[in-house]
Design a protein around this ligand. Structure first.
Ligand SMILES: NC(=O)c1ccc[n+]([C@@H]2O[C@H](COP(=O)([O-])OP(=O)(O)OC[C@H]3O[C@@H](n4cnc5c(N)ncnc54)[C@H](OP(=O)(O)O)[C@@H]3O)[C@@H](O)[C@H]2O)c1
Length: 319
């Protein structure tokens, strides 16, 4: 067994180092996010196992404070998986249904299931797939992470996971102690989720179609204007859902996003560049669905959704 190498600055990295109760956690879908989250949990002292389509034996995560390198348990056959009280699902939204054999094998009534996916429909997506009695906890992820091979992930920023302020949310807060990811239970999770969706739908959607990152949008006045108009559309829908997202905030968020435009390529853009299916439904089509329930017109988002969908790989539903 490789020794766990946790290389980081000396001394507490977070101002509020807390007492930690070690738990067993199972992560289904250890890609960029699942592997980074798993490494952070290992860093915090938990016992973490993995279930994935493509198995791997060594987790190698480079993060802002150092690196976690450890041999891990990873099953690729649902028949070899065991039930768990604490589960994190981090497959892409469009792979949720395909991950059902793992959910069937690992999740039971009484499991707390954290859904680490973009969008705002975590509960609607998972509720039909798991038994009654599962606490489904939606998670907003602010953690740019890139996977270069199975189990090999790099993240250059400290991560933040936002969850509703519930029993499950409090549990997530407690799981991440003194590591490079922090979890925060927030009173207004709807606003947190729609803020994330605002940028996912706009810069992610336009980036997918133009095959560009935010640096391109920042430099191009037409690209910036289109992104802003799309964000203002999404903000209208967000407010109808109860999010506190005034137009001025959308503009400020766009300014912040473009000013800080780094080299990170959004996961949906990376998937399009790789010719893989994208999360167009969870990140753009969802806004059309919710807008229509509220009688709100979102013509730009409808057009962006259709154009992304038309570019999907044939086997994943393109006409
Ligand atoms: N990456 C980011 O920077 C980032 C940031 C914020 C939010 N997010 C969101 O986080 C979520 C996860 O994204 P990601 O970037 O981590 O995705 P990813 O790198 O593609 O990882 C997905 C993982 O799920 C596995 N998987 C796929 N189908 C499966 C199945 N049927 N059963 C079991 N495992 C399966 C994949 O296995 P394979 O090894 O076979 O592919 C892979 O390990 C998405 O909703 C994304 O939008 C991502």
């Amino acid at each position: 067994m490789l020794a766990t190498r946790v290389e980081h600055e000396t001394g507490p990295r977070w101002p509020y180092a807390r007492q930690m109760v070690a738990r067993s956690v199972t992560i289904i879908g250890p890609g960029a996010i699942g592997a980074a989250v798993g490494a952070s949990l290992i860093d915090s002292g938990h016992d973490v196992s993995f279930a994935s389509r493509t198995p791997f034996e060594v987790l190698d995560v480079t993060h802002p404070d150092g690196r976690v390198l450890q041999e891990i348990d990873c099953v690729s056959d649902p028949a070899a998986a065991t039930i768990s009280d604490t589960v994190m699902l981090a497959v892409k939204a469009h792979h949720t249904e395909a991950a059902r054999p793992f959910l069937d094998a690992i999740v039971h009534a009484g499991t707390t299931l954290f859904v680490l996916q973009n969008g705002v429909e975590h509960i609607e997506r998972l509720a039909p797939l798991v038994p009654a009695g599962v606490d489904i906890v939606p998670v907003v992820i602010a953690l740019p992470a890139v996977r270069s091979a199975p189990g090999v992930v790099r993240t250059e920023r400290q991560g933040l996971l936002s969850v509703p302020n519930s029993l499950g949310g409090k549990l997530l807060e407690e799981l991440f102690v003194d590591s490079f990811i922090v979890a925060e239970a927030v009173d207004d999770w709807i606003t947190a989720a729609w803020r994330k969706l605002l940028t996912n739908a706009a810069s992610g959607g336009i980036g997918t179609l133009s095959r560009s990152d935010n640096r391109v949008l920042a430099a191009d006045p037409d690209g910036r204007q289109l992104t802003l108009e799309l964000m203002l559309e999404v903000a209208m829908v967000a407010r109808a859902e109860g999010a506190d997202l005034p137009d001025e905030l959308a503009e400020l968020m766009l300014d912040g996003l473009l000013e800080n435009a780094g080299r990170h390529v959004a996961s949906i853009v990376a998937d399009r560049l790789a010719g893989a299916p994208t999360e167009w439904d969870a990140r753009n089509a969802v806004i059309n669905r919710i807008a229509s329930r509220h009688g709100i017109d979102v013509p730009i988002n409808k057009m962006i959704t259709t154009l992304i969908r038309l570019g999907e790989p044939i086997e994943d539903g393109a006409p």
